[in-house]
Design a protein around this ligand. Structure first.
Ligand code: ATP
Ligand code: MN
Length: 424
């Protein structure tokens, strides 16, 4: 059947009156007297297959094919009015779907989030769920575009590590032959090292935190967009981050238009600029609202909701007490050259100027109560011409909440991992 051209369902428009070969799953089947209308989708587009009773063998096959089965169809593309249909000449059932289905892929009967996750491959056929993950893919593409355009090199750092990169206790231990190893909680020290020769780098990868958090914004495995650049301080890193947020928010509504129509959601407008408040100003604002808080305290969820209420949208909180930040952040007396990027009460990113001086860095490690010796294989590089540098890590899953208008991080991750869930 050489004269049939194999195409995707998104290409039908260009093949009116031509003979095509298409694949897809049957989303819907309507029987109207002597005609069966099948709606089929293939992951790129959809079409209607119109089967007349006169075509007896195809009619009977179509009648017998259960929804969600995969079919292969050879036929002619027909256009009447605004509708495009395929009139089948040959019809094959390629892969059958067993019934009853565990979830309703038309989305008409809503399934619970755990069920959607349990049957993720099938739930990707629900238009809203499909749109979320298409947008996630688009956000990843645009992220790479942005960082490449500004002159970064994409890197891949190890996820199996021998010691804590940040000295935290939140590490998952793994058996590594006769040694203990850990899963990386961030690429922090590795990405910093790479600016020595690559200038500016970025990495998009998964990281692991053994925190027993049960919130809408924490997972034990999450995806981070990391940036690190030489010859800049935290203000330069904030410029890169603001540019990134703008780039995404300008492009994704256009490139993801069809998905936003399905979601019936408009992402926030690209900010002209992102407001900045100092940590000490944030403390004043929170105090004014009657909450007890002292300089040096971390901002808990109550404090962050006050800021969300009083400031809102995207904003930076800068100049945090050094005591609240990790050892690698540049110290300025009791303060640090650091920032968090917030969206309402949600922390999206943390970053700052890094300490690039060997002696100072070693001093900071000791001051944070960590063992400098275990960091030596990182530290030694700082002796051979480490440039001043700055960077940030941004939670991609959290950003997807904003880009898709979802509430729970589990909705934007294919197979979320939390303290209770490692299956499927
Ligand atoms: P939080 O205080 O919200 O737990 P954090 O300050 O511990 O976050 P960082 O170490 O600053 O997190 O990591 C950088 C970014 O990575 C965070 O701003 C966040 O967007 C994301 N991130 C960190 N931990 C998680 C997690 N467990 N699940 C999802 N995203 C996370
Ligand atoms: Mn943080």
């Amino acid at each position: 059947m050489d004269e049939y051209i194999k195409i995707r369902l998104s290409e039908l428009n260009g093949y009116i009156d031509r003979k095509v070969h298409i694949y897809g799953w049957i989303e819907d089947k309507r029987i109207l007297g002597n005609i069966i209308f099948l709606t089929i989708r293939d992951g790129w587009g959809k079409t209607q297959i119109t089967v007349k009773r006169e075509d007896k063998s195809i009619y009977n096959l179509a009648l017998a094919t259960r929804r969600q089965s995969i079919v292969s169809i050879y036929g002619r593309v027909n256009k009447y009015g605004d509708t495009i249909e395929v009139i089948p000449h040959k019809y094959y059932i390629v892969s059958e779907a067993e019934h009853p289905l565990p979830i309703d892929p038309t989305g008409r009967t809503p399934a619970s989030l755990p069920k959607l996750i349990e049957y993720r491959p099938l739930s990707l056929r629900i238009p809203v769920v499909n749109a979320i993950f298409k947008l996630r893919g688009l956000a990843l593409k645009l992220s790479r575009e942005y960082f490449n355009e500004i002159g970064c090199t994409e890197i891949n750092t190890p996820k199996i590590i021998s010691t804590a990169t940040e000295g935290g206790a939140d590490l998952f231990k793994v058996d590594y032959f006769d040694k203990d190893a850990y899963l990386a909680q961030s690429p922090q020290l590795y990405k910093e090292e790479m600016v020595m020769g690559l200038g500016m780098v970025y990495e998009i990868a998964q990281y692991y935190r053994a925190e027993k958090s049960h919130t809408r914004k924490h997972l034990t495995e999450f995806t981070s967009v990391d940036f690190e650049g030489a010859y800049i301080n935290y203000e330069g890193a904030m410029e890169v981050l603001t540019g990134y947020i703008k780039y995404l928010l300008e492009r994704i509504p256009r490139e993801g238009k069809e998905y936003y129509e399905i979601l019936k959601y408009t992402p926030p407008q690209a900010p002209g600029d992102i407001k900045t408040i100092k940590y000490s100003e944030a403390i004043q604002i929170i105090k004014k609202e009657g909450k007890e808080i002292r300089w040096g305290d971390d901002l808990d969820s109550e404090a962050l909701s006050i800021l969300a209420e009083r400031i809102g949208g995207f904003y930076y909180i800068i100049d945090w007490p050094w005591s609240l930040k990790p050892f690698y952040i540049m110290r300025k007396g009791d303060l640090s050259e650091s920032f968090d990027l917030m969206y309402n009460d949600l922390e999206l990113s943390s970053g700052g100027t890094r300490e690039h001086r060997y002696r100072e860095l070693k001093k900071n490690i000791i001051e944070k109560g960590l063992n400098a010796e275990t960091f030596e294989y990182h530290l030694r590089h700082y002796k051979y011409g480490m440039p001043p540098h700055a960077g940030f890590g941004l939670g991609l899953d959290r950003l997807m909440l904003i880009l898709t208008g979802r509430e729970n991080i589990r909705e934007v991750v294919l197979y979320p991992r939390d303290p209770e869930t490692i299956v499927p």
